[in-house]
Ligand binder design. Structure first.
Ligand SMILES: Cc1ncc(COP(=O)(O)O)c(C=O)c1O
Length: 375
């Protein structure tokens, strides 16, 4: 049997009919950039997430970059970023001329360690970027409290967590549930094809409730223009194209169902792996509705196991083998091995098993049977 890491074929089969007509309509209209359907997708996405505004851009990286610019982050500023995430989170900070300040992560969730954030704040700190890694929300309550105390912006990196939810404790046993992207000043999403909501190419979105931020984003993504020939800021060309928006609209309708399928697959994995004491399984926190963009387990000596799994037709990946403070690109920042021990340990042990909505129990069992035999 072959089990790919991600298989989008069955997902495409579900939407094929619906998008075929819609795409043809756009080809006939020739309305490819910021067309009517792109606006409709922005409206639909904002409604789904629960914010007033959504602005389509051309990648998740640009969503973070333009999002930070829209909040006034720039030269000389510092932005706190988890040391264990995809590098794009930090790159967006660097693009603004600001400095990423890395923070260690929590050993159970792999998200930013909220107890370590306050100690990193300086006079230059302007923002915190919690990343909802693998689809599990970062613990937003303490982050928002710190941000309020120090007057910092909060930029949620939701690239891996479309539809994920956070239970915000109000008092005693009362909760309010928020979708990720609605709690910070802005929420930034990626529509990279393999994401929980993925385009057929690059794409991204910034969501916000702030009208001024929204207005700035509209200009930043479109050459800084206020009207067709009037440019009032130095803007960029970073727009979500209409063809992608049509595909994403069709997928958005199915996102909750597909996330539920991922959650079910995670439960099946856990059922087959939980007895193995050599495997550390992902944990869903009591405040979280995890959407399992990635199902990452932890093991020792993973290299040999990866090779053996590959021989048996099972594709696995590592998200991520090198924490950001040890990336060559960030050598100039002066971090050293040992600075963030949890991020370094997790980076050596994580292994992502195949995960996508249409994965079958038979396929999961095949992965687990082989994995249990090897680990
Ligand atoms: C956590 C995180 N942030 C940002 C990005 C960047 O998104 P994109 O690839 O759409 O630029 C990714 C994409 O992989 C990501 O996983």
């Amino acid at each position: 049997m072959k089990v790919p890491f991600v298989d989008l074929e069955k997902q495409y089969a579900e939407i094929k009919k619906e998008i075929k007509d819609a795409l043809e309509k756009i080809f006939n209209k020739g309305d490819f950039i910021l067309g009517e359907e792109e606006g409709q997708f922005e409206e639909g996405f904002a409604k789904y997430i629960g914010t007033k505004y959504a602005v389509g851009v051309n990648s998740g990286t640009d969503a973070l970059f333009l999002g930070l610019l829209s909040l006034g982050i720039g030269q000389g500023d510092e932005v706190i970023v988890p040391a264990f995430t995809y590098i794009a989170t930090a790159l967006a900070v660097s693009f603004c001329g600001a400095r990423p300040v890395f923070c260690d992560i929590d050993e159970e969730t792999y998200n930013i360690n909220t107890n370590k954030v306050e100690g990193l704040i300086t006079k230059r700190t302007k923002a915190i970027i919690p990343v909802h890694l693998y689809g599990q929300p970062a613990d937003m309550k303490p982050i928002l409290e710190i941000a309020k105390r120090y007057d910092l912006k909060v930029v949620e990196d939701c690239a891996q967590a479309h539809g994920s939810e956070y239970k915000f404790k109000i008092q005693n046993s009362k909760f309010k549930i928020y979708k990720v992207g609605t709690m910070g000043d802005i929420g930034c999403f990626s529509f990279y094809p393999t994401k929980n909501l993925g385009a057929c190419g690059d794409g991204g979105m910034v969501v916000t409730n702030d009208k001024d931020v929204y207005r700035r984003l509209l200009m930043l993504r479109d050459y800084g223009r206020k009207s067709r020939y009037e440019h009032i800021i130095i803007g960029y060309n970073s727009r979500l194209d209409t063809l992608q928006a049509v595909i994403l609209s069709a997928k958005l309708k199915r996102l909750d169902k597909w996330n539920e399928m991922r959650r079910k697959n995670a439960r099946i994995y856990i059922k087959y792996l939980e007895k193995n004491e050599n495997i550390i399984l992902p944990v869903e926190e009591s405040y979280a509705r995890h959407v399992y963009h990635i199902f990452a387990v932890r093991i020792k000596n993973r290299e040999r196991i990866i090779e053996e799994l590959q021989k048996r037709g099972i594709s696995v990946l590592i998200h991520y083998p090198i924490p950001l403070h040890l990336q060559r690109a960030y050598k100039e920042l002066g971090y050293r091995k040992g600075d963030f021990p949890v991020a370094e340990k997790i980076a050596q042990e994580v292994l992502s098993l195949p995960m996508y909505p249409h994965l079958t129990e038979r396929e999961i069992k095949y992965v687990c049977d082989n994995f249990n035999r090897l680990v």
